[in-house]
Design a protein around this ligand. Structure first.
Ligand SMILES: Nc1ncnc2c1ncn2[C@@H]1O[C@H](COP(=O)(O)OP(=O)(O)OP(=O)(O)O)[C@@H](O)[C@H]1O
Ligand SMILES: [Mg+2]
Length: 464
């Protein structure tokens, strides 16, 4: 048997374990086979390291308790939670895991309790109107329930008597043209869905704030409110129509429920609970045993330092993972005596936070001097009450902008610059003439930089 006849590694290993006598008679082959086994074992080791690494990096940390308690409060509210019947709106910063929580924990928790969930993300395709996206989501859910073999139907059938035929021909309403003059209204479609489901239907709108920016979006919210009332106010309704919305902008999401003129006035707003200690602890335990490229086990930071780093990067899982990746690179290149992760991780996290902010601020440079000047005013003027700053269009403001830019600035110029910053998601419109910096981390760091610069200026002018 020659080396080329091996078809897999197991055969090779068997061969290596063959009687010493045969091996001794062929010293050259013995040496080659040892090297072969070594390479094979090494490749398995590298595969395992990569597997553990990718697994640790990609695995979702489930928040089952939070999902169960929210689902329970929504579907079976106690006396203090009756406002949830009007809607539940979760607000949280960008990239902090809202959609992941909805998809991987909250929707399964609702379905496990027999609720039919319609999920739509208004950011999934900004070129389509919010209403079109909601109509599509309703159609998709009904289509899926109409397939007897669908995963969703099987799951719901574990706790309900749902039948696929009730959503196929038995649905009795063509959903092709919801919202169009010749088709059913949104209220009719959702009422029929509750009737066929014979239970609660939960409509989840991710990034619901995008419906606030336009007239058709606001119309959609009022149409949904009309549908909610049409279903829930029936004395003999077999189920309720419930709304859950999420959004990344505190003030806008708050406005949805707090202003009397809004469709969901009176509904409940909650801060999306940020991932914290248990997420970081879970990640650390999954990273345990990772090796650096020279084979050493990678030293990990203490849980407190890792948690602090997570807070520095704004409780964003992606940024924490990137910080760990950079930490590994640094430890890879350092000698053993310098590899204290508790010292490196905070610096890495602070650098990441600063560079994430710089990426955002680089957009300003491309927008020109007026945008930069308006942003600088926001940094100074915006308060922490979530109401933003105002007064950009007054005579004084236009005059001071003209002076600092050395050219005439009109209110149209200001409108165009604010609009450009809004569409880049740097700035958010918070009401008539009111604007705020969209990302709290950007706001915080810009403010810190401004304050440092001011104190430097003061100290140098004092010295002078
Ligand atoms: N529970 C979790 N476990 C592991 N990773 C998570 C978890 N939650 C979020 N992430 C990761 O964080 C990133 C952002 O998550 P997600 O898109 O859910 O946030 P979001 O708040 O909905 O963001 P956006 O504001 O852009 O809509 C994703 O890469 C996701 O995989
Ligand atoms: Mg999201």
């Amino acid at each position: 048997m020659s080396l080329t006849t091996f078809t897999n590694c197991a055969e090779l290993t068997d061969w290596c374990a063959a009687p010493v006598q045969r091996v001794a008679s062929d010293r050259f082959l013995w040496q080659v086979s040892i090297e072969f086994v070594y390479i094979w074992l090494y490749s398995k080791f590298v595969f395992l390291v990569n597997f553990v690494q990718n697994h640790a990096m990609n695995t979702i940390f489930h928040r089952t308790e939070l999902a169960d308690s929210l689902a329970e409060r929504l579907l079976n509210p106690g006396a203090l939670d009756v406002a949830l019947r009007s809607g539940l709106f979760l607000r949280g910063m960008r990239r902090t895991g809202k959609s992941t929580f909805l998809r991987h924990d909250f929707i399964p928790a609702l379905e496990a309790r027999g609720a039919v969930v319609v999920y739509v993300d208004l950011w999934q395709d900004p070129s389509r109107s919010p209403a079109t996206l909601v109509h599509q989501a309703i159609r998709d859910t009904v289509d899926e329930l109409a397939r007897p073999e669908s995963r969703l139907l099987k799951k719901l059938r574990a706790v309900t008597d749902l039948d696929a035929s009730a959503f196929g021909v038995g649905f009795g309403l063509s959903l092709e043209k919801i919202g169009e003059p010749e088709g059913p209204t949104l209220a009719q479609a959702l009422t029929r869905l509750v009737d066929r489901a014979e239970g609660d239907v939960v409509l989840i709108i991710d990034e619901v704030q995008h419906a606030l920016g336009t007239e058709p979006g606001r119309d959609l919210l009022f149409a949904l409110k009309a549908a909610r009332d049409a279903v829930n106010l029936r004395p003999d309704t077999p189920g309720l129509l419930l709304f859950v919305g999420t959004g990344s902008h505190r003030a806008l999401v708050g406005e949805l429920t707090e202003q009397r003129s809004q469709a969901f006035a009176g509904a409940r707003t909650m801060d999306f609970p940020l991932l914290g200690q248990d997420y970081v602890g879970d990640l650390l335990s999954r990273l345990k045993g990772l090796r650096l490229s020279d084979g050493r086990v990678m030293p990990l930071p203490s849980p407190d330092v890792a948690l602090e780093a997570f807070a520095t990067v704004g409780h964003r899982p992606e940024d924490l993972l990137q910080a760990f990746d950079l930490l590994r690179n640094r430890l890879d290149t350092n000698s053993e005596t310098l590899d204290d992760p508790d010292i490196h991780l905070p610096t890495i996290a602070a650098t990441l936070r600063a560079s994430a902010v710089d990426v955002e601020l680089a957009k300003l440079d491309r927008m020109g001097a007026l945008a930069s000047a308006l942003f600088a005013r926001l940094v100074v003027d915006e308060q922490d009450d979530g109401r933003g700053a105002r007064g950009f269009f007054g005579e004084d403001s236009l005059q001071s902008l003209s002076e600092s830019l050395g050219r005439a600035v009109s209110s149209d110029d200001v409108t165009a610059a604010l609009r450009a910053m809004t569409s880049e998601n740097l700035v958010m419109r918070l009401g008539h003439g009111r604007y705020g910096i969209a990302d709290p981390v950007v706001r915080e760091l810009s403010r810190e930089r401004h304050e440092r610069l001011e104190s430097l200026r003061q100290s140098t002018s004092l010295d002078g």
